[in-house]
Design a protein around this ligand. Structure first.
Ligand SMILES: [Zn+2]
Length: 464
């Protein structure tokens, strides 16, 4: 049976028009001036935006880190994503020391299979670089994972050196993949951390003091310089600072194939939340994430970058740890599990503070929350747009209601949200995943089918 979404403003990155969308068998069949057929289910979308399902580019579900494991696994994390209008989640499968790349990937399949309720794909995060990975990368690409990740920070556990970055980029270029980089200078962060701890500065406030913006800017510039030597596709995950974006612009002028992701927390929260030097309560510890929140001037710089095409997509870096029992256990700032939740509110936050506050257009909103990711990670046009033949992953967003974020209303498995008390404009009313009506009037269906694993194609950096 086919379904007709009628009367809504159909909005993709390419444009908006009042139109109806018909789908059947999980795929979109028609878009235009359509009228309901006999026996067809018609859903009235008058006054609403009809959008392609959101694509989350950055989550860490069921991740073992800092001697614990994230509060959200694939079951809770993807439920939370779905009710927030995200129908595809790209999670960071992680290879730990001692594992081959394929072992890391298989372990992540086992975590997600049958539990995720969105469709999902993986990036493969490598916690080290070994020469044999150059060949193993080809196997990973064959298995449908075309993006990798390396860390320029976390010296004691994951950091790679410049020669390793060079080797990895050579290898990824050969196999037609891309690599996302956590850009912060890990060696200097390590020195600053030791310095502060030696002074007895153990409080959460000092987390940001040991990770200044300059160290992100420096790492991003160094990365692009190395990548240019092999003309390698690469992207910067969770870019947090205006000066880093300047560095990216300079790299692009040199011809660098660099793509940029930022996160809602860097667009909406700033470093005043870290309080004053003695601050260490849970209200401060909740914002311990890397990179840290930045000085207020960075926020508008990132919004401008999002609007003018310098930033290509927004992922949340959802890496959830409870305040009670996890973030409160650390003896000093350097031991606090890093990360914050965000999956559920990504679209609502970007709509409210982007579209509704007139920082970005509705079309740009779709580009940065869905279409660009689909293009870059080789899922387009199955995902990221609404064309005949695309998966019927559709969000009906009602821009009317205003509400206030309360963690009690969210669907994740963590004990807080960094957006508590924020005003939101509009809400995700309905969500369809491959034609299944998974969210109705804001309520998750209780018979959710497992999501499908998505094989990603070759990265396409022709996006703005
Ligand atoms: Zn991350």
């Amino acid at each position: 049976m086919s379904v007709l979404l009628s009367g809504g403003m159909v909005t993709t990155a390419a444009g908006s028009r009042l139109a109806a969308v018909r789908f059947s068998g999980g795929r979109i069949t028609d878009i235009g001036d359509l009228v309901g057929r006999l026996g067809e289910e018609v859903v009235d979308c008058s006054g609403c935006l009809v959008l392609p399902g959101g694509i989350e580019t950055h989550s860490h579900l069921d991740l073992e880190a800092a001697g614990t494991v994230t509060a959200d696994d694939f079951a809770t994390g993807t439920r939370s994503a779905l009710v927030g209008g995200t129908t595809t989640v790209l999670d960071f499968a992680t290879q730990f020391h001692g594992e081959t790349l394929m072992e890391g990937l298989e372990r992540w399949h086992a975590k997600a299979r049958g539990r995720a309720v969105t469709d999902y794909g993986f990036h493969l995060a490598m916690t080290q670089w070994l020469p044999e990975f150059a060949d193993e990368m080809a196997e990973v690409v064959q298995a449908g994972v075309t993006s990798f990740k390396l860390y320029m920070a976390y010296r004691s556990s994951m950091m790679v050196g410049d020669d390793e970055i060079y080797a990895a980029l050579q290898a990824s270029t050969r196999v037609g993949a891309t690599i996302g980089f956590h850009c912060e200078n890990g060696l200097v962060i390590d020195a600053l951390t030791r310095e502060e701890l030696a002074r007895g500065h153990t409080w959460a406030f000092y987390h940001q003091r040991t990770r200044p913006t300059a160290l992100e800017r420096e790492a991003a510039g160094r990365l692009s310089t190395i990548a240019e030597l092999v003309d390698a596709q690469h992207y910067i995950v969770h870019l947090s600072a205006g000066e880093t974006l300047q560095e990216v612009r300079r790299a692009r002028e040199r011809g660098s194939k660099v793509v940029v992701e930022t996160c809602p927390q860097y667009l909406l929260l700033d470093n005043r939340l870290y309080g004053t030097p003695g601050s260490d309560d849970l209200d401060v510890r909740q914002y311990v994430m890397s990179p840290p929140l930045r000085a207020p001037a960075n926020l508008e710089a990132l919004w401008a970058g999002l609007a003018d095409g310098d930033i290509q997509f927004v992922g949340t870096d959802h890496c959830s740890f409870n305040l009670h029992g996890q973030k409160d256990q650390a003896k000093d700032f350097a031991a606090i599990p890093n990360g914050a939740p965000g999956l559920e509110l990504r679209l609502a936050l970007l709509y409210t503070y982007g579209v509704s506050d007139e920082r970005i257009s509705a079309e740009r909103f779709v580009a940065v929350t869905s279409e660009n990711a689909a293009r870059y990670f080789g899922l387009y046009p199955r995902k990221g747009t609404m064309l005949p033949g695309s998966d019927a992953d559709i969000v009906v967003y009602d821009p009317g209601p205003t509400w206030t974020v309360s963690h009690d209303d969210l669907h994740d498995n963590v004990d807080h949200t960094p957006y508590e008390g924020r005003t939101i404009q509009g809400r995700v009313r309905d969500v369809f995943l491959r034609g299944h009506h998974v969210v109705s009037d804001g309520v998750l269906a209780d018979d959710l089918a497992p999501g499908e694993f998505l094989e990603c194609g070759p990265p396409n950096s022709e996006i703005t």
